[in-house]
Design a protein around this ligand. Structure first.
Ligand code: SAM
Length: 191
């Protein structure tokens, strides 16, 4: 996948490159992401920086009530075209407003590593307040990153989650090209 400053204006090309980049492994890979997120039927799932919507739609097909948001109108238009049954909105991850605890799970694929550290921190803080008790977050990153990625290290996502006071932060490799950072809100179901 090629990440350039204006790649979001070319969502059809992005989708072709994105599916090709994982050489037939995309479904298995993102199914593993949903397994790590411990997605259950009817979970309210928010996909931050959903792009063309693959992960949002996969979560929805697993029975979740999934919403994908992205700052790019062309990306959201393509997501809606490719996955008409799924829900998408044009929103920024750091400023998306919903009542506290509106979601059980936040997922985010290839967004954090395109952000500055300040923006990563703001997105993580917003994710924390959007999640309810027992909330989970899973962040997917290419590792090594691509040229043009702002975050040189996947630690940036883990630091952002720690600053926001997520707990049980864990980073693992799930593919030769992909690592996943998962965490919990720290507020258990009984809290
Ligand atoms: C590399 S793409 C990843 C898309 C998709 N999640 C995937 O895995 O293929 C990053 C996406 O994040 C979006 N994005 C960048 N900054 C954002 C922000 N602050 N809030 C929401 N979306 C953002 C871009 O428009 C782009 O669609």
């Amino acid at each position: 996948m090629i990440v350039t400053p204006d790649y979001t204006r070319h969502p059809k090309a992005y989708e072709i490159l994105s599916s090709a980049a994982f050489v037939g492994r995309r479904r298995r890979l993102f199914t593993e992401v949903l397994r790590i997120a411990d997605i259950r039927p009817d979970d309210r799932v928010l996909d931050l920086g959903c792009g063309t919507g693959y992960l949002t739609a996969l979560a929805a097909s697993a029975g979740a009530r999934a919403l994908g948001i992205d700052a790019s109108e062309p990306m959201i238009a393509e997501a809606r075209r490719l996955h008409p049954a799924a829900r998408f909105r044009v929103e920024r991850a750091e400023s998306f407003v919903a009542p506290a605890g509106s979601f059980d799970v936040v997922v985010s694929s290839l967004l954090f590593q395109t952000l500055t550290a300040d923006l990563s921190d703001a997105v993580a803080a917003n994710a924390l307040q959007l999640l309810g008790p027992g909330g989970r977050i899973v962040i997917v990153a290419l590792h090594p990153p691509l040229p043009g990625h702002l975050a040189a290290s996947p630690d940036q996502a883990a630091y952002a989650l720690a600053l926001a006071e997520f707990t049980r932060i864990h980073t693992r490799r799930i593919d030769p090209l992909v690592i996943c950072t998962s965490a919990r809100t720290g507020r258990d179901e009984a809290a």
